[in-house]
Design a protein around this ligand. Structure first.
Ligand code: SAH
Ligand code: SF4
Ligand code: F3S
Length: 578
């Protein structure tokens, strides 16, 4: 029988309580036994769910890389695998069970193989216990609050030769100094707040992610500044409700203030997820309209077009209030692209309510939407209410999808003939000659162009529109786009910045200046003494003494020590367009 240590188990009721926030720093020292285990081994992470989970993946990858593991994209080659789960709907949860089964082979081949289960499903009552009973090859179960203890818990599992469960439902921490390996070299996610206090009656998130708590503004801005200096082109600020950012500080801090501070870091494109309709203030609309680097794209989940259903859902706005905010935003930012989330088949939703959802979609004119059939989540109020028959929900879902496709096609057609600044993701999956990327309005655009444009901004004119994507053509010389990108990179690159700074200091240093003058003087003397056996050796010695002083000067020494790295950077740029 396998030894299992239960450090903490999920308790959804405790997660729903609101304990005071603890602010700590991540302990990033790696335990010796884990370092030893990581040598020559690799890890694999599979993530389901939203951006909060994607960001957790980057942080877990940060911990494992610091421990010395390599990364593999092949789960069968991994010595350590993590399944990062999502609990938001039943089908998201079910995907996980088949996947856990597939790791039995890893364990049979390698008795030291470690399987870790993480993510929101683990924060549900009794899940960890039943997983441990069913799948003996699981080594560790961690809740969303225990991601920051990954290395510590892996080390403990190795030391005790046991499986461990640590799901701290009661936690409401904000941990800084997190290690991270970002999955995209030019687009970054930055958490601004964790958890959710809204408790919509269908939603599991407040029970899995705990109370809503904001990161300090200075920590967020510092992270964004670092991303800018590393050459990132786009930042997406993340929170379940970004609009309530800072309200927990009770000192007047607002999301609009944060948005403005991040816009000022100079990141070329800034966006944020997710906005709660009623908390979208005039101040925010103003900041969005003022800073050109804030994308005119807004994910604005409505969930339903019926005020009656919205009330049952515990959403704190009516249809009219939602439409009012939308019209104020459209007035201030006429080219705003709005996307949304909609649930159909929620308890008590009648055909009339559903019709109101359809008409609201038309009225708003969404550029796209995520649509879901209501899925009862254990422990949430709506799960206990009388449910809509599945065939009714399904039929409404199909009709909604049709309506959304209509809206999406219409908004795509409106892009025809326009030119957009596209951040190039890379060659398209279907055709290596075609590049794909996203416009600031969130539309996917495919166009022909050289692969060196990956990660650059380029002007693309739209020629064809399909429902889910647009086809365009380059509206500028690709070399110009690349040159602009290189110039931006050089401006931000910390190595080049340091090199230029040291060079400036060298130019301005009086001692180096007088040494330079002295060298010139000695050189002249040397030339005059040429051929004279007596004065020449003296003049040569004096010349070399000054030369040595120059070479040993700390400023010059520091600048020249960077030369080789600078050369490498410039060569990489040259190679990138070959
Ligand atoms: N905090 C965000 C999103 C959270 S979850 C917000 O408030 O908008 C993402 C989406 O999943 C939700 O917007 C909702 O549309 C959907 N969702 C959440 N719980 C669901 C459930 N029980 N059944 C179906 N869809 C659900
Ligand atoms: Fe869930 Fe509502 Fe919170 Fe969004 S606002 S995470 S839907 S409880
Ligand atoms: Fe899923 Fe958790 Fe996100 S339940 S949607 S991964 S917060």
């Amino acid at each position: 029988m396998k030894k299992v240590i239960y450090e903490n188990v999920a308790d959804q009721k405790s997660a729903a309580k609101r304990p005071p926030v603890e602010r700590t720093l991540s302990h990033n020292e790696v335990p010796e036994n884990l370092k030893e285990f990581a040598k020559g081994r690799s890890f694999y992470i599979r993530t389901y769910g939203c951006q909060a989970n994607l960001r957790d993946e980057e942080i877990m990858a940060g911990y494992l890389t610091a421990a010395g593991f390599a990364r593999t994209q092949d789960p069968r080659k991994a010595s350590l695998a993590i399944i990062n789960t999502c609990a938001v709907r039943e089908n998201a949860e079910e995907k996980v069970y088949g996947e856990i089964g597939s790791y039995k082979i890893n364990k049979q081949k390698d008795k030291d193989f470690m399987l870790v289960l993480a993510g929101c499903v683990m924060d549900e009552n009794n899940v960890a216990q039943s997983l441990m009973e069913t799948y003996p090859w699981i080594s560790l179960v961690i809740g969303t609050h225990d991601v920051t203890r990954l290395n510590e818990l892996l080390s403990k599992a190795l030391e005790k030769k046991a499986s461990i469960v640590s799901v701290r439902s009661f936690a409401s921490e904000v941990v800084e100094n997190l290690p991270s390996v970002r999955s995209n070299p030019f687009q970054a996610f930055v958490n601004i707040s964790y958890g959710c206090d809204k408790f919509c009656t269908y939603c599991i998130v407040p029970y899995t992610r705990g109370r809503e708590r904001s990161r300090k503004m200075e920590d967020i801005v510092k992270e964004c500044e670092e991303l800018v200096s590393q050459g990132y082109k786009q930042i997406t600020l993340l929170g379940q409700n970004v609009n309530s950012y800072g309200l927990d500080f009770q000192d007047g801090t607002t999301f609009a203030m944060l948005l403005e501070a991040v816009a000022k870091t100079g990141i070329p494109h800034l966006r944020f997820l997710t906005s709660y309709p009623t908390q979208f203030t005039e101040e925010m609309i103003h900041v969005m309209a003022t800073y050109p680097n804030i994308d005119h794209w807004l994910h604005f989940p409505v969930q339903s077009g019926s005020s009656k259903v919205l009330k049952k859902m515990g959403r704190r706005y009516s249809r009219e209030e939602y439409l009012d905010v939308v019209s104020r935003i459209k007035k201030a930012i006429p080219d705003i692209a709005l996307t949304t989330d909609i649930i159909v088949g929620f308890p008590y939703e009648t055909e009339e309510d559903f019709q109101q959802t359809l008409s609201l979609c038309e009225e708003v004119g969404y550029s796209s939407a995520f649509t879901f059939i209501y899925s009862p989540r254990s422990g949430t109020p709506a799960a206990n209410w009388e449910q809509i028959p599945p065939e009714v929900s399904h039929e409404r879902f199909l009709r909604l999808k049709e309506k959304i496709d209509e809206c999406t096609a219409k908004s795509s057609a409106e892009c025809l003939g326009k030119t957009y600044t596209v951040l190039v993701d890379g060659p398209s999956k279907r055709n290596a000659e075609v590049l794909s990327g996203y416009a600031p309005n969130g539309k996917l655009i495919n166009f022909k162009g050289p692969s060196y444009l990956t990660g650059c901004f380029v002007q693309v004119k739209i020629k064809e529109s399909h429902v889910y994507s647009l086809v365009g053509e380059l509206a500028e010389d690709p070399l110009i786009a690349k040159a602009r990108d290189v110039s931006f990179q050089m401006h931000c690159d910390p190595l080049l910045k340091e090199y230029l700074k040291l060079d400036q200091a060298v130019q301005n240093d009086p001692e180096i200046k007088s040494l330079g003058e002295a060298l010139l003087e000695k050189k002249k003397k040397l030339a005059l003494a040429f051929g004279d056996d007596i004065s020449y050796p003296n003049a040569k010695r004096e010349y070399e003494e000054v030369l040595q002083k120059i070479r040993n000067h700390p400023l010059l020494h520091n600048r020249d020590a960077l030369r080789e790295q600078v050369e490498q950077t410039l060569l990489q740029i040259r190679d990138s367009i070959r």
